[in-house]
Design a protein around this ligand. Structure first.
Ligand code: NAI
Ligand code: MG
Length: 352
């Protein structure tokens, strides 16, 4: 019997360091739970771009489609425009495989001090719409180089797109106690945001037990810093969700710990699991990157593949290591990527 097929794209910078750490940790837990995982390494990213002029091969998406999941590190290097790396790799994968949910848990971790308030436990989920919204290709530049030069970009919000994000968030809210916050800006953005509000409200009529609040994104951002413990599930458009999740991740400690899942909830296509952070060129190559974002993304992958006990085992293992005081530098500790990862592997065995 063949195992679960996982496509691996380490990418660039610290992606090349945290991704092997993530695989070691996932493999350790997979062994305990008797799961067979077949990792299929793909050397796509900026080096591939330098050789071939593209981020992934012409048939790259077809190759990925033959896998059960995609495990990604980070892409981006200082001397290639980010628009190439993002639109050449990440966004095509998210859209081709209808990964319309970007799920980003934000949690207080043991031994890690919240940056803003230390006394409250933060435990929330950000559900970011991942296929449309503000990140659109529709628009253009006019009068290049002239004083009249102008740029235009159209937002794209569809009833189907907003409703499926709202539905996913509502289901999650039901499973977590029933509070849902929708990020909006209907006072300033007068076409798409009132439409967002309307479709979210319509969708939520199917979930009478969920308490829905709409909050303006500017006030919501401030409130997430001041009172993060008040939030449970937040549903947001592509741009708002992107910003809120970096913000919330920073509030709980370090962006290096934040995981994410790009989900095709119907499982018609592979989903993709990656840390929230980027390739961190400022610390790449030093062996000091925090691997938690990658390891936790691996736990989310196990969960999405239906291996819930293994996923819970893995998160318990890195939380145990943190509680013992082992931390990387971004969290105020001295452990290297390798030392932290070895401690997680040992904890997986210890907690078995
Ligand atoms: P970044 O997330 O790479 O780094 C921001 C700051 O956080 C840096 O000071 C970095 O050292 C620190 N940091 C990030 N991850 C860390 C970790 N695991 N452990 C310890 N410290 C960590 O964001 P930045 O600098 O804006 O972008 C760098 C490159 O990454 C750019 O090319 C950008 O486009 C790309 N990027 C890629 C993403 C992806 O692959 N999904 C997401 C975000 C950025
Ligand atoms: Mg981001």
């Amino acid at each position: 019997m063949s195992g679960t097929r996982i496509a691996v794209v380490a990418g660039d910078g610290i992606g090349l360091e945290v991704l092997p750490a993530g695989i070691r940790a996932v493999d350790a837990v997979a062994e305990v739970h008797g799961l067979r995982l077949d990792w299929h390494h793909l050397d796509w990213g900026s080096e591939f771009y330098r050789r071939h002029g593209r981020m992934l091969p012409v048939d790259g998406l077809e190759v990925l489609a033959q896998h059960d999941a995609i495990f990604l590190g980070a892409v981006g290097v200082p001397d290639i425009p980010d628009v190439e790396t993002l639109w050449g790799l990440l966004i095509p994968i998210r859209r081709a495989f209808e990964q319309y949910i970007n799920l980003r848990p934000v949690k207080t971790l043991p031994g890690v001090t919240n940056r803003v308030r230390t006394d409250e436990v933060i435990d929330l989920m950000i559900v970011r719409e991942n296929n449309e919204g503000e990140y659109s290709e529709i628009g253009g530049r006019a009068y290049r180089g002239l004083p009249e030069e102008a740029a235009f970009q159209e937002n794209v919000f569809t009833r189907k797109g907003v409703a499926r994000a709202a539905r996913f968030a509502a289901e999650l809210a039901v499973s977590r106690g029933g509070r849902l916050t929708s990020a909006t800006k209907s006072n300033g953005i007068v076409h798409t945001m009132p439409f967002w509000d309307e479709v979210v409200r319509d969708t939520l009529t199917d979930y009478p037990s969920v308490e829905l609040r709409s909050e303006l994104i500017d006030a919501l951002a401030a409130s997430l810093v001041l009172h993060p413990e008040r939030y449970d599930v937040i549903v947001a458009s592509n741009l708002f969700g992107d910003i809120l999740s970096d913000l919330a991740g920073a509030v709980t400690g370090s962006i290096g710990s934040a995981p994410s899942a790009n989900l095709n909830p119907e499982r018609r296509h592979p989903s993709m699991f990656e840390p929230v952070h980027g390739s961190a060129p400022d610390i790449a190559g030093q062996g000091i990157a925090n691997p938690i974002g990658q390891i936790w993304s691996g736990a989310m992958m196990l969960d999405a593949l239906g291996h819930r006990p293994a996923a819970a085992h893995l998160t318990a293992a890195f939380e145990h290591v943190l509680a013992e005081g082992v931390r990387t530098r971004d969290l105020g500790g001295t452990a290297s990527t390798e030392q932290f990862t070895s401690a997680v592997v040992a904890a997986v065995g210890g907690l078995a």
